[in-house]
Design a protein around this ligand. Structure first.
Ligand code: ATP
Ligand code: MG
Length: 234
């Protein structure tokens, strides 16, 4: 089954076109699909379009069998697509536990069970469950954002540069967590750490200047000239 099917997508911000004719697929048997590319390529815009936050000017986006061009983003969450945004969008004045509760608005009956699953994955969140989210470190906030995404029991969990602004050791931990999550949930991963993102990926896409330049298996992309010459030097 195709979980995400994007065909010939164009996106504009006002007069500025930022995505051209983008097509991509995420299938149920993919564990990780990575989207890589330089700053300003349109990666975040693509994810926002999948989430129903940005409306495309042309093309079709189907998420879990639903045409989402006319669907509000909370309905997309209900269908099983959850996006952990770059800004993390935590509720800073609410406790860790309340933030997890906010993530479970479509799955309230399973709240306690899912909360324990998240606390088992990130024990530090259990220790800090009553602390306000804004008092957590950057790494802990990223764990909370991931945990909140999991509370919605997604079929597809998308991450926008989850290792951004984290110390190397924490970034490593985030990659390990994503790999673990991908055993159960299909992951869409946007990353500037091209090497790591493609090593994890079953399939990947290189997005440059708003267009898909290359696609293939993670290994094919790692061995492609476009990636080797543009992204893996030094
Ligand atoms: N809300 C907006 N209004 C107008 N232009 C925008 C808006 N958001 C992004 N852009 C522009 O659209 C283009 C694509 O931006 P986008 O954030 O999608 O790229 P990105 O690949 O995620 O980059 P980065 O790696 O820096 O996060 C850029 O030229 C950016 O300046
Ligand atoms: Mg971005």
């Amino acid at each position: 089954m195709t979980l995400i099917d994007v065909q010939d997508l164009d996106v504009h911000y006002g007069d500025l076109q930022v995505l051209w004719d983008v097509s991509l697929q995420v299938r149920e048997d993919d564990s990780v699909v990575s989207i890589v590319g330089p700053n300003g390529a349109g990666k975040t815009t693509l994810l926002k379009t999948l989430s129903g936050i940005v409306e495309p000017t042309a093309g079709r986006v189907e998420v879990l069998g639903q045409d989402v061009t006319a669907v509000p983003s909370d309905a997309i969450v209900e269908h099983g697509f959850v996006h952990v945004s770059e800004e993390r969008n935590l509720f800073g004045d609410l406790s860790v536990e309340k933030n997890l509760l906010m993530g479970s608005f479509t799955t309230r009956d399973d709240f306690e069970e899912n909360r324990e699953m998240v606390f088992d994955m990130f024990p530090v969140l259990r220790d800090r469950r009553d602390k306000k989210a804004r008092t957590l470190s950057g790494g802990e906030q990223q764990m909370l954002a991931i945990g909140r995404g999991l509370m919605a029991e997604p079929k597809v969990l998308a991450f926008d540069e989850p290792s951004n602004a984290l110390a190397p050791q924490l970034a490593q931990q985030v990659f390990e967590t994503i790999e673990e999550i991908s055993d159960d949930v299909t992951v869409v991963l946007i990353e500037q750490h091209v090497d790591r993102a493609l090593k994890l990926a079953d399939r990947g896409y290189l997005l440059e200047n708003g267009r898909i330049q290359t696609e293939g298996t993670g290994e094919e992309l790692l061995n492609s000239d476009a990636i080797k010459e543009g992204y893996l030097r030094g």
